[in-house]
Design a binder for this molecule. Structure first.
Ligand code: S3P
Length: 423
């Protein structure tokens, strides 16, 4: 993919459905009693992996142009898969499925692509074993993972990392456990699982950072409207902020407060972002308008990090265009995403001539000098690819991006949308 610096980005777009919510919608619809119609579902490769895994366990899922229709089999209605459940590149599919599989009366094996096979699963294996699950993993930490039938009981568990995948895996196992399951987070991570549970009639309470689930008799199917993914909107928020003369509106974006760290950080950097048409359902949704403006560096760390963890690569791009120093700390989790996103962004920003320093838990970017176009590597990571594309739009000189097709993991139409806006 060749990208040249562009003139103002202007127009109105929608972004695809939220990835985290799309996964959960299929999973909970499969376990519910009744039929669920899901609109706004993300047709990205990761969410299609989730559909594929549930079909292999006997769930009928119809993918139409307007909606996905899931015929729920009930909490105890999944059947033994005849094959390995292949989760592709998707950490959410892999970890959340562990929680569900731990409570099944059959044996199942999970595995994914080269990236998934390098990502830590010990964090999920350990608490599930405490609940009574029987799990084997390569080196006790990696895929393939095999889960055997076992009886589960509720636990109280302090998460060692603020991870919604881990929290959700434990809560999903809690559906099948004897007694209450309590999870205590170090700081709040995305709470889509809790919200969806509530809307399906599960008794689940949140007090501060403590979440307690009472195992339900069953789940009642309810239709689910998936809002646009703020993590996908983030690429356009940064593009609009750094390309001179831009003004663009992204409609129907989910702004769950556990996900809006990117809005807080960009605004603190001086970005001009306005919220309109705010409405609330299971998840709050709004339209976001961004206009180009001068940015300056900031320091971020602590509890904002889980609220913008997936947006840090594109925030690093914003930092490259921002005057002064941006310091990102407490973001060591970035090293175990689809790629090591700290190493990847530090290397690629350096290729563009940006003054960047990689640290143990983040990076320091001294921005303000327009980055130059370069030949970029994506590390087969969708978010790295899209972040570098955004950089290339406002760089000096043309750029090339290897493997642009990796964007299909979360945003198959990304480049088309960019072109439509003038990119
Ligand atoms: C996700 C949680 C986050 C995030 C990922 C999606 C989820 O991962 O990075 O893209 O849907 O629960 P962690 O839970 O590992 O932080």
């Amino acid at each position: 993919m060749q990208i040249r610096p562009c003139g103002p980005l202007r127009g109105e777009i929608t972004v695809p459905g939220d990835k985290s919510i799309s996964h959960r919608a299929v999973m909970l619809a499969a376990l519910a009693n009744g039929t669920t119609h899901i609109t706004g579902f993300l047709m990205g490769e990761d969410c299609l992996s989730t559909i594929d895994c549930f079909r292999k366990m006997g769930v009928s899922i119809e993918v139409g142009a307007q909606e996905v229709v899931v015929e729920g089999v009930g909490l105890h209605g999944l059947s033994a898969p005849a094959d390995v459940l292949y989760t592709g590149n998707s950490g959410t599919t892999t970890r959340l499925l562990c929680g569900i599989l731990a409570g099944q009366p059959f044996t199942a094996t999970l595995s994914g692509d080269a990236s998934i096979c390098k990502r830590p699963m010990g964090r999920v294996i350990q608490p599930l074993r405490e609940m009574g699950a029987s799990i084997e993993g390569r080196s006790d930490n990696y895929c393939p993972l095999t889960l055997f039938p076992s009886e589960l009981h509720g636990i109280e568990y302090h998460l060692p990392v603020a991870s919604a995948q881990l929290k959700s895996a434990i809560l999903l196992a809690g559906l099948y456990a004897e007694g209450q399951t309590t999870v205590i987070e170090p700081s709040p991570s995305r709470d889509h699982t809790e919200r969806m549970f509530r809307s399906l009639g599960v008794e689940i309470e949140t007090h501060g950072n403590t979440i307690t689930l009472e195992p339900p008799e069953d789940l009642h199917a309810v239709d689910i409207a998936v809002p646009g993914d703020i993590s996908s909107a983030a690429f356009f928020l940064v593009a609009g902020a750094i390309v001179p003369g831009s003004e663009l509106t992204i409609k129907n974006v989910g702004i769950n407060p556990t996900r809006t760290g990117i809005l807080d950080a960009l605004r603190e950097m001086g970005a001009d972002i306005t919220v309109s048409a705010l409405h609330d359902g299971t998840e709050p949704v709004c339209d976001l308008t961004v206009r180009h403006s001068a940015l300056h560096g900031i320091e971020i760390g602590g509890s904002i990090i889980p609220r913008l963890i997936d947006e840090l690569p594109v925030l690093a791009v914003a930092a490259a265009f921002a005057a002064g120093e941006t310091v990102i700390r407490d973001a060591q989790e970035l090293k175990v995403k689809e790629s090591d996103r700290i190493a990847a962004m530090a290397a690629e920003l350096a290729r563009a001539g940006v003054d960047v320093e990689e640290t143990d838990d983040g990076m320091i970017i001294r921005g303000g000098k327009t980055p130059s176009g370069a030949s970029f590597e994506t590390y087969k990571d969708h978010r790295i690819a899209m972040s570098l594309a955004v950089l290339a739009l406002a760089a000096q000189g043309g750029s090339r991006i290897d493997d642009p097709e990796v964007v299909a993991i979360s945003y198959p139409d990304f480049f088309d949308t960019l072109r439509r806006l003038g990119g």
